[in-house]
Write a protein that binds this ligand. Structure first.
Ligand SMILES: Cc1ncc(COP(=O)(O)O)c(C=O)c1O
Length: 362
């Protein structure tokens, strides 16, 4: 008898991952505030690096991402062998999940975890437990209390998405020391560049413990369109995850662009500086009209409204003028909207409209 003529039952049951809904009235210019992309184009070195490599496009890309790994290992003082690169950090999260999770596995994550971890738990059929946060901030105590010897993986984004809040890296070390040494700890640092200077890196943990640190070029480096992420892994974990990454995953142009970005730290740091300036101004302004956003250490701000209805009215009003924020209903935060920091000119327009929409609610 034929088997598996349809998708597996848990795949058929699951809802697809939902990205932002970008419908706006005809004739409006779209201002995307929904995907946490950078407020400016990547370093000018990217365009030069890409044009210098066009003649090589007949060949497959380097499957070992040698130049990119070399640049990353020099920047972060980590062993090149511990680095794996992916088509965005999403590909890496997906491959870690396929390697580690099945229906008998349990993932412990945070109350407002990055939505993609819910998706990969669903398609691997793993159980997932969301641990309560403390005022939109991860509680390490709560995670330690929830994780036991049956926990396969603890997944945590720091800073968090959609909250934007950050816990000190010493807290992550405390977590590592207080969970089972065999539990895989995945720390997603997609937004780390926006606050890297706050304390020491965690990469040393990946040398000696079952810990993975993930990073991306999609945020502070402004390379979301080329899809490059990377992670630092302990050798035996890297060995398994590598089997599941597509052998020629990252295009040649994406690899040279990401390498050029690493080599222009000054440009990336200036992006972070501009972002922080505009973000903190926005936070002050919305506080002035009665909102209480959590303290963001990222390139976005979570805006909590009085009710889901108020949030959806403000959302609709901005959308009428082409500004698209991210609804938070999928994060069980229907009274919130998430807003990405964009360039100064667009930000002025956004703030003017946002503040008047909020004022109408009061
Ligand atoms: C916390 C977090 N992790 C990972 C990603 C995905 O990044 P990438 O573009 O590298 O796949 C995002 C994107 O928004 C994110 O917010």
């Amino acid at each position: 008898m034929r088997q598996h003529t349809t998708a597996r039952a848990h795949i058929a049951r699951m809802a697809p991952y939902t990205l932002a809904e970008f419908a706006i009235p005809a004739g409006q210019r779209l201002i995307s505030l929904a995907q946490n992309e950078s407020l400016r184009a990547p370093s000018p070195r990217v365009a030069r690096a890409i044009s210098n490599h066009v003649s090589q496009l007949a060949q497959y890309p380097d499957p070992e991402w040698k130049e990119l790994r070399k640049a990353l290992s020099q920047l972060h003082d980590i062993d090149q062998q511990s680095i794996l690169c992916g088509v965005g950090s999403m590909e890496i999260i997906q491959c870690i999940a396929h390697a580690w999770l099945d229906a008998s596995a349990t993932v412990v994550t945070t109350q407002y975890a990055y939505a993609f971890i819910n998706t990969v738990a669903r398609y691997t059929d793993a159980n997932i437990e969301h641990v309560e946060e403390d005022a939109f901030t991860v509680s390490i105590d709560n995670i330690i209390a929830a994780a036991d010897e049956n926990t396969t993986m603890v997944f945590l984004a720091n800073p968090g998405n959609p909250t934007g809040t950050r816990i000190p890296r010493a807290e992550i070390r405390r977590l590592r020391n207080n969970i089972d040494p065999d539990t895989l700890l995945v720390i997603d640092e997609a937004y780390a560049e926006f606050s890297d200077q706050c304390d020491d890196y965690l990469f040393d943990l990946t040398g000696s413990t079952q810990t993975v640190i993930l990073r991306t070029f999609s945020k502070a480096y402004g390379l979301a369109g080329l899809r490059v992420g990377w992670g630092a892994f302990e050798a035996s974990i890297a060995e398994q995850v590598r089997k599941l990454l597509n052998p020629n995953n990252i295009s040649l142009l994406s690899q040279v662009a990401a390498t050029a970005c690493v080599q222009d730290q000054a440009y990336m740091l200036e992006t972070c500086r501009q972002t922080a300036y505009l973000r903190d101004a926005l936070i002050n302004n919305v506080k002035g009209v009665g909102l209480e956003p959590p303290a963001s250490q990222t390139n976005f701000v979570l805006l909590p409204f009085e009710s889901a209805e108020a949030a959806s009215r403000v959302d609709a009003q901005l959308r009428q003028q082409g500004m698209v924020m991210r609804s938070m209903a999928g994060y069980r935060l229907p009274h919130c909207l998430r807003l990405t920091i964009v360039n100064q000119r667009d930000m002025d327009f956004v703030q003017e409209n946002l503040l008047s929409a909020i004022a109408e609610e009061c």
